[in-house]
Design a protein around this ligand. Structure first.
Ligand code: HEC
Length: 209
């Protein structure tokens, strides 16, 4: 449709006299409509691009439901994080994931890794207190981060982002998703791990090593 208007506009400019004036006005209208129609055409495209981007950023994490039963899985290690004064408990389910790690295999579909973040109990000097074994002491529950792996997940990510079939999600202390979390950051930081570790930092701990 706007090709016709475009042609009109060009012809009008070439023609002298009142007709040209009239045509020029038509042409202006044509340009206006053309611009508008381009805009009308562009809007759904832009909207769908935005939807696709939002989908990529959101959909992955949304696949990971809060693992209500994480505590019935295996508490396979705890981590004292001096940098952010946190005490962390790492749970895995199902038990077959531990067996896979012991064999050095990738973790099976259905594996859920739950990292529970607690503030370390602080002493009067503001530093984490230590127990008899020199380990941090569990304080207030802060948040959860979860990794879940399922057959067929991850296909929508480009190779430089994709972590196999893993998806990531962060949850607040009340178990609702932390919508402010940077899930791309999860992929980026876990990505460089040796493929033998299946993107899991604590793979050796999982294997009981
Ligand atoms: C800057 C690097 C970094 C980023 C970003 C990061 N992680 Fe991790 N993640 C680690 C490290 C290191 C560990 C090992 C345990 C620890 O030190 O607390 C870990 C451990 C985990 C574990 C336990 C399994 C494992 O790999 O050992 C889960 C689950 C996890 N992260 C989920 C997430 C989620 C979800 C996000 C994003 C919201 C995220 N991580 C972002 C570095 C990172």
């Amino acid at each position: 449709m706007h090709t016709a208007f475009e042609a009109d506009w060009t012809n009008a400019n070439l023609r002298p006299g009142p007709l040209a004036k009239c045509r020029a006005t038509d042409g202006l209208l044509g340009v206006f409509i053309m611009t508008k129609s381009k805009l009308i055409w562009a809007l759904p495209v832009l909207t769908s691009v935005a939807v696709v981007v939002a989908f990529a950023a959101q959909a992955g994490g949304d696949k990971v439901a809060f693992p209500e039963n994480f505590a019935t899985g295996t508490l396979y290690t705890t981590v004292d994080r001096a940098d952010n004064k946190q005490y962390r408990e790492l749970f895995v389910s199902p038990a077959s994931a531990v067996e896979a790690a012991k064999k050095g295999d990738p973790l099976p579909s259905g594996t859920v890794l739950t990292l529970v973040q607690y503030g370390a109990k602080l002493g009067a000097d503001g530093n984490p207190e230590k127990d008899a074994n020199g380990r941090f002491i569990k304080g207030n529950l802060l948040a959860y981060t979860v990794m879940e792996k399922r057959t067929g997940w991850g296909t929508e990510y480009p190779d430089n982002v994709r972590n196999g079939e893993w998806e990531y999600q962060a949850f607040k202390a009340d178990k609702t998703p932390n919508t402010a979390a940077n899930l791309t950051g999860c992929f980026n930081c876990h990505k460089p791990l040796d493929a033998k570790k299946d993107f899991v930092f604590s793979y050796e701990k999982l294997a009981g090593k």
